[in-house]
Design a protein around this ligand. Sequence first.
Ligand SMILES: [Zn+2]
Length: 430
Amino acid sequence: MRIENLCVKRQIGDVAGATTRGHKMAIKGGYIYQTFQGGYTLTPTGWRVVHKIENIIRDEMDSVDGQEILMPVVCTADLWRETGRYDAMAVLAKFKGSSGADYVICPTHEEVVTDYARSVIGSYRQLPFMLYQIQTKFRDELRVRAGLIRTREFIMKDGYSFHETQEDLERYYKLCFDAYYRIFRRCGLKNIVDVMSSTGDMGGAVAHEFQLVNEMGEDTLYICDCGFRANKELEDQQGGGENAVCPKCGKPMQKVRGIEIGNIFQLGKKYTDSMHMTYTAADGTEKTPIMGCYGIGVGRTMAAILEESADDNGPIWNMETAPFAVEVIGLVDKENKTLPMAEKIYNELKGAGVEVLLDTRDIRAGEKFADADLIAAPIRLIVSEKNLSRNVVEVKYRVNDFDTTAMPTEFKIETCVADTLTTIQKLLHK
Ligand SMILES: [Zn+2]
């Protein structure tokens, strides 16, 4: 991709209307565009990042034998009436079709997935299994905030597992719990904590939230040195205030803000019972499976990275989430040698399958660098007259989960494509 053709509006300098650092970065870098309040278009670069986050999630869900499916966004009200949530769920957006039928825009898919699972299940031998999807959801929230942090429409990964026993659900729940930490680590997120939580609209008993500790968060978290963590429900139990005491060790707890990015629940039989999903157990009796569910906000994960990892100039991705791996910047020279060389390197990298961006525009070098900080490719190759006279390209790094201080700051022209490919692998921690 040549940078002049990239259909993304970047803004060097300050931007108006952003409420948090991450929101500011999302607008400055042109990763999102507000189509209406609470509804965003993901731009070509924003979609690249989101797509990469999705692929990390896919990879890790597949590693715990998750099976990807795709369910309808709009669903008949009948399924939601089976569980009673048609009337009980406040954020459910409802509408009438032209035939008069009642529909909902799904904010979550327990009903829809249970309907599918009950059509397949017969024997206990089929259990356990986990189905997941990555899809747009809609919640008719009263308030929206901070770009992709709280929106009405959002992309979510939602997974649902079905088990014979509570023990098996707990075993699998732990696998997903660990997979979630791998997902966040691969996204370059550092300050993630898990907290026990109540199950809200989902039903069930045990649940965990995965929260990014960040001052811009809308949730209150309590963290103790002994490892105990809780969300604001602890405040409700202890009567609130600044001096919450750890229920485990009795010491005062630290109060921080958090942004919820993921949550997992042990649902029990709430949905399988009310929707009459049964299987034949080994002893020949009909039994009801036990469910778990596992959600991650995909857009929110991007928002969280932008919130946590940026400097004054722009976002700092890692190699796995950056919209482009490499940007080749040619600085205009009088003899017109640099731009053909930048073009050649760009074409070779592109031919090698690298996601590479080329900037040979006739603008000041400073402007090119500032723009490059907004797109934030982890590797930048700079082709200038001075470098060419020494037969090298300059290499600059911008990456949030790799110490690049000992990495080479220039590549020889002859080996620069191979060196770049090696460096990409290195930055991917491979
Ligand atoms: Zn404690």
